[in-house]
Design a protein around this ligand. Structure first.
Ligand SMILES: [Zn+2]
Length: 348
């Protein structure tokens, strides 16, 4: 299979920071019963032939007719094994994206899956589903929040089976978006249409970039947490969220799986320096000062701060759609314990 169109649009969208943060998102291409999907832990912007894992499309689709155990641990273990077994011979050393089965569901040749902040302003909002219907009618399918992995694939399969139309765009609540098309241009049309529609709705585009120097609390945070790398943000948006506990509320809980993977499930609000005597999260909002992100490696600290910026954007965009809606707690716990996501972090 000639993967050049897949490599082309993977790099194109992967390099756009409004669309891709921390390697989140993935792409695929299908031809003659074979699907090439991005490998877990690789970056779209650096896509080359080896980035993609060849998979038997029929085997993947057969997974959706199989019977899976009820228990989370048993079910996800079988899910992982079956996805692994669907790899083509010679691909044993690679690990496909955890979302490979979702890509397989689309009959179209190309699939693009992203978690853009702007899109998640809608998917992580109180009125997301109604606003999706108002803005996009039946051209976009809304999938309510659910456990990732096998459960999400199953749910999407049921929605696909019940639909009379060929589904081209799917919004996943508290997660992101899928675009599918038989041409690369078709993907661009769907993507641009959605981004333009959302841009026209949002009034407030927050400034989350910060050049500010750490006023000094970073050293204490490092010493107390034992984590060696700290990033500081005192952007206009960060200072607004850091004004008070109630101002910080919209970003105190995770919006999407990426935030849990890179920042952990919790955010700490520190009213004063003494509150830093105990560090209970990787993200610390310090009243009147700004936001700190910590990590045990430079990469983890950077990724954590990138996701803090994402959270600030999502919370602000969501105001246009009834206000922000974090992930439900049961799902947060599920992802914390999900082996495939911790793998993604370990190779990033
Ligand atoms: Zn995703």
């Amino acid at each position: 299979m000639n993967l050049s169109p897949l490599i082309y649009f993977s790099r194109l969208y992967g390099a756009n920071q409004d669309l891709v943060t921390c390697g989140g998102g993935n792409t695929s291409m299908k031809e003659d019963g074979v699907m090439y999907v991005k490998g877990s832990g690789t970056a779209l912007k650096d896509a080359v032939t080896e980035t993609f894992v060849g998979m038997n499309h029929t085997k993947l689709m057969n997974m959706l007719d199989d019977v899976y155990p009820e228990g989370d641990v048993e079910r996800e273990a079988k899910f992982l094994k079956d996805v692994t077994d669907a790899k083509l011979p010679g691909e044993e050393s690679k690990r496909p994206s955890v979302e490979a089965l979702l890509h397989a569901l689309f009959p179209q040749k190309f699939v693009l899956h992203l978690h853009p902040s702007l899109v998640n302003g809608l998917t992580c909002s109180v009125n997301g589903e109604a606003e999706c219907a108002r803005l996009f009618g039946d051209s976009v399918v809304w999938v309510p929040e659910c456990k990732p992995g096998y459960v999400l694939a199953r749910k999407m399969k049921d929605i696909f089976d019940a639909s009379e139309k060929k589904i081209k765009t799917v919004l996943l609540e508290n997660h992101g978006v899928f675009f599918a098309a038989d041409t690369v241009e078709g993907l661009a049309t769907s993507l641009n249409g959605m981004m333009n529609a959302l841009t026209s709705q949002v009034k407030d585009f927050p400034d989350v970039e910060s050049q500010a120097e750490d006023p000094g609390y970073g050293e204490k945070i490092k010493a107390v947490s034992g984590k060696q790398f700290v990033r500081f943000n005192a952007s206009p948006a960060a200072l607004k969220f850091a004004e008070s506990v109630s101002a910080a509320k919209p970003i105190m809980k995770p919006f999407n799986p990426d935030q849990i993977v890179y920042c952990g499930p919790k955010v700490q609000f520190a009213n004063c320096e003494n509150c830093l005597n105990e560090i209970t999260a990787n993200v610390i909002i310090m009243k009147g000062v700004g936001i700190y992100a910590i990590g045990d490696t430079e990469k983890n600290a950077n990724n954590c701060m990138t996701l803090v910026k994402d959270a600030m954007k999502v919370a602000t965009y969501a105001k246009a759609f009834g206000g922000e809606k974090p992930m439900n707690e049961e799902l947060v716990n599920f992802i914390v314990n999900w082996e495939v996501e911790s793998y993604r972090k370990s190779v990033k």
